[in-house]
Write a protein that binds this ligand. Sequence first.
Ligand code: IMP
Length: 178
Amino acid sequence: MDTITIKDLTFKPFIPEAELQESVKNVAKQINEIYKGTSPIFLGVLNGSFMFIGDLMKSIDLNCMISFIKMASYEGTESTGKVNELIGLNEDIEGHDVILIEDIVDTGNTLEKLYQMLQEKKPKSIKIATLLYKPEAYKKPYKIDFVGKEIPNAFVLGYGLDYDGYGRNLSSIYVLKD
Ligand code: IMP
């Protein structure tokens, strides 16, 4: 694999496709075991999780639903400041087991907002699965239940993850070259 340049930044190979697929299968195995006999709802967080959830679901053997959500932020009034909104959730998740599918958990800010907004909808449970996790950057109390791979605190690209909108189609993960 060669380096890739997108706009002003150059990235070098980091996690090969085979290793990534191994991690995806490992997450699927854990979920299949824990949710055996139940019917959870998988919620993929767009845009970044599309490739992960696509591959993950091929190895999930549960009777389940799959849907996608997105966080939209807009400026509210002066008193409310930034307002976050959950878009795309058409399913009634009340009383259901929800598995949130993330591409990467960095600081956990996004995750925290999503988690709180989902909790208001009274699901039976919420668990979190992420392909990549940066433990050095994570500052939130929520347990990350299923982790594909822990990585150092560096900017990565590919397999759904982008730099300025580009690079999501790469089938392996690249890291910013110093
Ligand atoms: P957090 O709120 O800091 O946990 O970041 C969450 C979101 O930021 C992820 O869902 C990604 O979309 C994006 N992000 C965080 N780290 C990276 C990275 O290394 N590469 C590309 N996107 C990232």
